[in-house]
Design a protein around this ligand. Structure first.
Ligand SMILES: [Zn+2]
Length: 582
């Protein structure tokens, strides 16, 4: 492709609406064009990258037994009514009517369509397992679309669905998908972690999120650098580390602590380290239960865990009035002497702590040397309630955990029989008995993967594509278009690389070198061949590696060979770790 023919517009300025690097760079490099809120056109360069990501996904899905098909974007409401999701899904579901006043929707996901398709076609255990998937446009009417294609309304997704005869079959398919996803994201050049996750609204136990590590990610994850352990902070769990264990229990001391409402003030005044204190927080669940939550003083309460332990729908902090109504002074809450109207929930560490400090319930007082084991107070429920933070011990190998933010680029779920039960998707076994098929589902945000790649591969000058997903692999920049010899050499290299199957672009525009170099850095092709003034004198061209900035001087007649060698080594570095298995 020639730059003079390429449909591509680059921008100097950073568009005001774009908050994160990938959104800014996709607009500046002309990869996307905004059509409406959360709705974009992929322009030719952006579309090339998107299709490359799609093809990596296809190759890995096919290699692990997937079969591509294409379902409609428009779904009839009846199958969604049959599963019940027509009523459960909120305003994110784009509903509409046809000319006959029949209800339809723009599908945000396809469990209903695929399950009702399979139930018509598949009768026997002999036809299982099946792993159909599609790569297709979806629509979710997000309230606040933002970050470009990272969180948009219309988006391209790979969604796959597995149908097995039993749980053992699902476990095999699930592990294959775990391997396939690991290969895909490795090949896209992402630094990512598969993370054990909640299955959220889709339902069913067993789920992993594939998180691309990035500061702009919406999830906090904890992971171990010494083993495979990784979890979102909502689910991370480590062994309790109680303090004071082995000490002799001392008499409770009631101390005056005026205007001492925070852990820091208290630690300062009483000279008690915060890990020797118990923090007491008051919550109201479902507007009727009043809960005192106890965690070690240097811990935070994990509200997702608390919510699960309470098995409640709604959870909020209690107001000062509510705290006083339950006999405590805000800022001085504690468990000692608390009535039965308050449910006391404690993190697993608290009952094991010896001689701990806590609030004295009354204004301006705290208690020292409190011990649950001596019966100083009661606990109604002990559960894992603490937020795990970086530095905590890995529950598998004991090394200190690291934490990072992550962009969720893919997720795999075990659905079990959630949809096959509701939609009566069954097969007949050897004995002629009917069973629901055991399902899994496997999603990837294709556009979001592209954005995540840019978040991880850019610098102040622009994008730096991994070669596997670059719109073009090589850019040739002849800087002096008046030098006929030089232009001819550049054209020769261009043609010969093209013939060898290299995706090559030549900047044949009559522009100043500075403009060409700026665009080259912004667009981020992995290999740039520059043929400048010196080229004619020395006979050498410059090959620049975008990612490292490394520059190689190579005789003009050896450029093609060198580029092929570089391309091969870049591709080799981005191979997936798992061997394909069908
Ligand atoms: Zn570990």
């Amino acid at each position: 492709m020639r730059m003079t023919q390429l449909y591509s517009t680059t921008l100097r300025e950073v568009p005001a609406e774009a908050e994160i690097a990938s959104h800014q760079l996709m607009l500046r490099a002309g990869l996307i064009h905004k059509v409406s809120m959360g709705i974009y056109t992929y322009m030719p360069l952006g579309w090339r990258t998107l299709r490359k990501i799609e093809n990596i996904i296809r190759e890995e899905m096919d290699a692990y037994g997937g079969q591509e098909l294409l379902m409609p974007v428009v779904s009839p409401a009846d199958v969604w009514q049959e599963s019940g999701r027509w009523w459960v899904y909120g305003k994110e579901l784009m509903r509409m009517k046809d000319r006959h006043e029949r209800d339809y929707l723009l599908a945000p996901t396809h469990e209903e369509i695929i399950t009702t398709t399979v139930r018509q076609d598949i009768r026997s255990y002999k036809q299982l397992p099946l792993l159909p998937y599609q790569i297709q446009t979806k629509f979710r009417d997000e309230r606040r679309p933002r970050f470009g294609v990272m969180r948009c309304r219309e988006f391209i997704m790979k969604d796959g669905y597995s149908f097995d005869r039993d749980e053992e079959g699902l476990a095999v398919t699930y592990r294959k998908m775990h391997d396939a996803y690991t290969n895909m994201f490795t090949r896209c050049g992402l630094n990512f972690r598969p993370v054990a996750a909640d299955s959220g609204a889709i339902g069913g136990e067993g789920s992993h999120e594939f998180m691309a590590l990035s500061e702009v990610g919406e999830s906090q994850i904890l992971f171990c650098n010494h083993c495979d352990y990784a979890a979102t902070d909502e689910f991370a769990s480590v062994d309790p580390v109680p303090t004071g264990v082995g000490e002799e229990m001392k008499e409770i001391v009631r101390v005056e602590t005026p205007n001492c409402k925070t852990m820091e003030q208290l630690a300062e005044l009483l000279k008690v380290p915060s890990d020797r204190a118990v923090k007491s927080l008051c919550y109201v669940a479902d507007e009727k239960r009043f809960i005192l939550v106890l965690v070690r003083g240097d811990r935070q309460v994990n509200e997702v865990k608390l919510n699960n332990a309470l098995d409640c729908f709604e959870l909020r902090f209690a107001t000062d009035e509510e705290i006083r109504a339950h006999g405590m002074e805000p800022g001085y809450c504690g468990p000692v002497g608390i009535g039965e109207d308050v449910e006391i929930f404690a993190d697993r560490e608290v009952p094991l702590m010896v001689n701990h400090e806590c609030g004295g319930v009354q204004k301006d007082f705290h208690l020292l040397n409190v011990n649950y084991q001596r019966g100083d107070y009661r606990i109604d429920k002990i559960a894992d309630l603490a937020l795990v933070e970086a530095g905590a011990k890995c529950p598998i190998c004991g090394a200190p955990l690291d934490s990072a933010r992550g962009i969720e680029v893919g997720q795999i779920f075990k659905l079990h029989t959630k949809y096959s039960d509701k939609l009566h998707c069954v097969y007949v076994d050897e004995a002629g008995e009917e069973h629901p098929m055991v399902m899994g589902c496997y999603g990837i945000g294709v556009g979001r993967t592209m954005a995540a790649v840019i978040e991880q591969h850019h610098d102040e000058n622009g994008i730096s594509w991994p070669i596997t997903v670059a719109p073009y692999e090589v850019l040739i920049v002849p800087v002096n278009d008046k030098d006929e010899w030089l232009v001819e050499q550049a054209e020769n290299i261009y043609r010969s690389l093209g013939k060898q199957g290299v995706e090559v672009l030549i900047d044949d525009r009559k522009e100043r070198p500075g403009v060409k170099f700026n665009d080259a850095d912004l667009l981020g092709f992995p290999i740039r061949v520059t043929m400048g003034k010196k080229c004619h004198e020395t006979g050498n061209a410059e090959i620049k590696i975008r990612e490292t900035g490394e520059v190689l001087e190579v005789p003009v007649d050896q450029v093609v060979e060198k580029v092929l060698e570089l391309k091969a080594s870049m591709l080799a570095a981005l191979q997936g770790p798992y061997a394909w298995e069908e």
